[in-house]
Design a protein around this ligand. Structure first.
Ligand code: ZN
Length: 273
């Protein structure tokens, strides 16, 4: 009996290792690179980001971040930052020129994922007209409404709004490459269709990039809701969801606007893998 069990264990072991090596050869390389997407204004009072006056007098600079996600031969750009015509807030180097430092051409970017419709996240999307635009359905509905609110600027996405490019409005979560490695997470509240993104890296582990579900550490820790968010209850529920996902998947949380989170990823041209 003992010998039979040993043989079964051996067979199971062979089968398991065979499966593992197959998976390894088939698995695409995943990497994550931060792209600088704006020049931050001088440090300022960030009290306006809390509707319960939690951070009166707290002074912080905020940064603008986009991310290039590699999935095998495909690339996804997460957010497209300030426009190059955004004056003092424009980045020193365009997203396209930063991708060139990585030898990635715009036409290799298969998806442009947008966390939400604010202009500091959509500014350079038009440089990737061949990409499929992935954006929360709630935000898409606002962008394509007859009279979008004043803080919603549809211009950078006009190519897709006008029907010139492929767009996929995302109502809930989206498993971008259908293998669980890159998942857009529905985290509404900052805007109606706001999304965050979870990237599963093999060596560096899971990374959850928040979009603007929070703007800086103190607001994230205190469940802060800016008064200009479109939904207070949704904002709180989204922060709760992000924290639980981060705990359950042991993810590193990166708040896109917080300068203290920039160094959580290696600097361009290096990538987290
Ligand atoms: Zn923002």
């Amino acid at each position: 009996m003992h010998r039979i069990l040993t043989s079964l264990a051996l067979i199971a072991g062979v089968a398991a290792s065979g499966t593992a090596s197959l998976a390894q050869t088939a698995a695409p390389e995943i990497s994550l690179t931060r792209i600088d997407c704006g020049t931050s204004a001088p440090a300022a009072d960030v009290g306006r980001f809390s509707d319960v006056f939690a951070h009166q007098g707290l002074v912080l600079p905020l940064v603008y971040s986009c991310y290039l996600i590699r999935h095998g031969d495909d690339y996804m750009l997460w957010d497209s930052g300030q426009s190059m015509s955004a004056g003092a807030l424009a980045p020193k180097t365009s997203v396209v020129d930063q991708l060139a430092q990585l030898s990635v051409k715009p036409e290799q970017v298969r998806f442009v994922g947008i966390s939400h419709y604010h202009p500091d996240h959509t500014g350079q999307a038009a440089a990737f007209p061949q990409a499929t635009l992935l954006i929360g359905k709630g935000d898409w509905d606002v962008l394509t409404s007859p009279k979008p609110p004043a803080n919603v600027n549809p211009a950078p996405l006009a190519h897709w709004i006008g029907g010139g490019g492929k767009v996929e409005p995302v109502p809930l979560d989206k498993d971008v490459f259908d293998d669980g490695t890159v998942i857009m997470l529905a985290t509404p509240g900052h805007t109606p269709g706001h999304h965050s993104v979870l990237i599963k890296l093999r060596q560096a582990g899971n990374v959850l990039v928040t979009g603007d579900a929070a703007h800086f550490h103190e607001n994230y820790d205190s469940n802060g809701v800016p008064p200009f968010n479109t939904g207070r209850a949704e904002s709180l529920a989204s922060l709760d969801r992000i924290k639980k996902i981060a705990a359950n998947t042991k993810a590193t949380v990166i708040i896109q606007h917080d300068p203290r989170d920039v160094a959580k990823l290696p600097a361009l041209p290096a990538a987290a893998k």
